[in-house]
Design a protein around this ligand. Structure first.
Ligand code: 5GP
Ligand code: ZN
Length: 113
């Protein structure tokens, strides 16, 4: 999608600090970290703008993203734990309309839910 910040990051039109990339997903550090380790994992394709658009047809990428997160957590030695967050919609504070998964780690994160 032309007007999407994260599509521009995937295309390299906006620079980012890469954590991981394969044919389906891109992971990069958040520009405004909310924890000592904070990166985002996104599908490279603009498959959906938020988790509110997940359907039977397009949901396979979600399981794949969780596989990638588990692999990255092992590689980055997030042995003491991490949190995966997906903000969905206005009240949750979603600011970028390209589905993304925040991975937060690197110290106690506090209770959130
Ligand atoms: P949301 O608020 O939609 O759940 O998350 C969007 C995230 O994207 C925010 O945590 C924000 O800091 C991050 N972000 C916004 N613009 C950029 C950018 O240009 N580069 C990077 N690396 N992260 C960004
Ligand atoms: Zn996009």
């Amino acid at each position: 999608m032309d007007d999407c910040l994260f599509c521009k990051i995937v295309k390299g039109e906006i620079p980012s600090k890469k954590v991981y990339e394969d044919e389906k997903v891109y992971a990069f550090y958040d520009i405004e970290p909310a924890a000592p380790v904070h990166f985002l994992v996104i599908p490279k394709e603009h498959i959906m703008s938020s988790c509110g658009e997940v359907t039977e047809e397009n949901s396979a990428i979600i399981g794949y993203i969780y596989q990638v997160i588990a692999k990255l957590a092992r590689e980055l030695k997030l042995d003491k734990g991490y949190r995966v967050v997906t903000n969905c919609g206005e009240d949750a504070g979603q600011t970028v309309q390209h589905i993304h998964f925040h991975v937060l780690a690197g110290g106690p994160l506090g209770k959130m839910a």
